[in-house]
Design a protein. Structure first.
Length: 220
């Protein structure tokens, strides 16, 4: 698969042949599975309820069993009463995490980039340099590359100049190959990546040993 290599002025400087690992776009079913996996890992079990054994009060019988005309009841902690316990309610101990094979996760990430390349939603740049901390300069680079709206910028290394120059631009997020925000990546209008970053992505996610280390970090 061939794609253009641009400089930060948006000028074509070469035509590069992408590695074979980027020649297999991910299927919709696998992509949906991976997105659900990521969202489940981020979900925090916040909701908490008490059952009838945990709520306070209700130690004695409210009234005698017979002769009052009211329904019989043994405790005000009954789930039938307002303020009573909740039957089968949510607890913070619930685990929402889903399971997905590590090799499949790795292939899915490479498949996502394959799809981005195939659809022309990614711009590969030889390198991005900023002489100073200037948001104006960062905006100019993105304009030259045709990156508007929600943009993901993937750099092999990031310094203070990049962080401070890009952080004030609405919708722009800087990532590294080893710490990708896949959800943001997929919902971006354009992805900008340096050539070195793409090489590092290939190295990380096509190498089983390295990739497994990053997967373990992502799932902690």
């Amino acid at each position: 698969m061939n794609t253009q290599l641009l400089n930060q002025k948006g000028e074509k400087i070469d035509e590069i042949v992408m590695s074979d690992v980027f020649s297999h776009p991910v299927s919709d079913d696998t992509l949906a599975l991976y997105i659900n996996f990521l969202r489940a890992a981020q979900r925090a079990p916040i909701a908490n309820t008490k059952d009838r054994g945990e709520v306070s009060g209700g130690g004695r019988k409210p009234w005698r069993q017979k002769g009052t005309g009211s329904a019989r009841v043994g405790s005000t902690r009954s789930p039938l009463w307002v303020g009573g316990g909740v039957t089968f309610g949510p607890t913070p101990e619930r685990n929402y995490r889903l399971r997905m094979n590590r090799r499949e996760r790795r292939r899915t990430i490479l498949g996502i980039f394959s799809r981005l390349i195939e659809n022309g939603n990614i711009v590969i740049v030889d390198e991005i340099k900023l002489s100073d901390i200037k948001t104006k300069q960062a905006v100019e680079i993105l304009d030259n590359l045709g990156a508007e709206g929600k943009v993901s910028v993937i750099l092999e290394t990031s310094d203070e100049n990049f962080e401070l120059s890009f952080r004030n631009i609405a919708g722009v997020k800087i990532m590294s190959p080893g710490n990708l925000d896949i959800i943001y990546l997929l919902t971006s209008n354009k992805v900008v990546a340096t050539r070195a970053a793409m090489n590092e992505i290939e190295s990380i996610y096509s190498n089983e040993k390295e990739s497994s280390n990053h997967d373990e970090e992502d799932n902690e």
